[in-house]
Design a protein around this ligand. Structure first.
Ligand code: GZL
Length: 311
């Protein structure tokens, strides 16, 4: 039979585990799956965590229920990737009343009281939108097309998600400075390949002269590429495609020449979240906004960068 010391150690070890409730959006994209993998592979018992993971299948009501469940289970800390920005005040107030700190990851919330969350970790989405616009205008210059009229269609992400709001604002505000660029239409493809293809097919029926597609994640870009090929067009050549996320499959698309560029959106939040959880549980205050590092990749550097990609 284990000695008291062993038992004490065992119970002591179990006492040391920080129980984390993570309410994830869903599994809608390669990016999302990489984000989940990063969290699950970091928030492990070996690293001092007991992770309770909930996938909300892209429904806010499921995420809210998951947070309520975490509160009734009495977790030590809640991590939430909010699908859209509004509708969180009530459940976050319940967490605050229960004395359970909340870390927001990836997308942001619009709440009346900022004390409802300890901090937010994610990408600077507006900067991603600006990066996409700057890459595009630079590329058009190298192609000698910076004076020619260029028509753009946009595949937006989930409307009202911080990723969509920021990328749209950053891109649109920057594009306005180039008088030769016109945005014909912007519509959501819900960040999925199927919906992205469907919207691109409708654009191709509606507009005869599309020069550029801006797609707010790689999965919608893959759908757009399929739609363009089905319409007898050469994606990456007849029609420039600028994307976001820079997942591994996007690198393969850039190497094939179907995709011109992808602005990186780094999903590997696990290590930084683990560090923030430990600091918050130790009673330290952390900066409210924690930006994750990221870059932009294109057909110029995709082959060289591919071996370094983790997702
Ligand atoms: C961005 C994230 C977005 C990705 C999409 O941080 O919210 O959601 O760009 C994902 O691929 O679906």
């Amino acid at each position: 039979a284990p000695t008291t010391t062993d038992t004490a150690n065992a119970s002591d070890a179990s006492e040391k585990l920080i129980t984390v409730g993570f309410a994830q959006i869903g599994a809608e994209s390669d990016w999302r799956n990489a984000n989940t993998t990063s969290m699950k592979s970091t928030l492990t018992k070996e690293n001092g965590f007991n992770l309770i993971f909930k996938d909300a299948q892209q429904k806010q009501e499921n995420q809210i229920q998951a947070v309520k469940d975490f509160i009734s289970q009495g977790v030590d800390i809640i991590v939430l990737a909010p699908i859209t920005e509004t509708g969180w005040d009530d459940v976050l107030n319940e967490a605050k009343s229960a004395g359970i700190p909340v870390i927001l990851v990836d997308r942001m919330v619009k709440v009346s009281d900022e004390s409802l969350y300890s901090c937010w970790l994610g990408s600077n989405f507006e900067k991603e939108g600006v990066t996409a616009a700057n890459w595009l205008t630079d590329y058009l210059k190298t192609q000698g097309k910076d004076k020619e009229k260029q028509n753009i269609v946009v595949l937006q992400g989930t409307i009202g998600s911080t990723a969509e709001v920021g990328r749209t604002k950053g891109f649109d505000d920057t594009i306005k400075k180039s008088s030769n660029l016109t945005i014909l239409e912007e519509q959501t493809g819900e960040f999925t390949q199927a919906k992205g293809q469907e919207v691109m097919e409708s654009y191709l029926k509606k507009y005869k002269d599309i020069d550029i597609v801006v797609s707010q994640n790689d999965n919608m870009s893959f759908g757009a590429i399929d739609a363009l090929k089905a319409a007898g067009k050469k994606p990456g050549k007849d029609v420039i495609i600028v994307s976001f996320d820079a997942v591994k499959a996007a690198f393969l698309s850039m190497i094939d020449g179907d995709l011109n560029a992808s602005v990186e959106c780094n999903p590997l939040h696990g290590p930084k979240v683990a560090e923030l959880i430990k600091k918050i549980k130790n009673g330290e205050t952390v900066d409210k906004v924690q930006y994750i590092d990221e870059s932009v990749y294109s057909t110029d550097n995709a082959e060289a960068e591919l071996p370094n990609r983790q997702y």
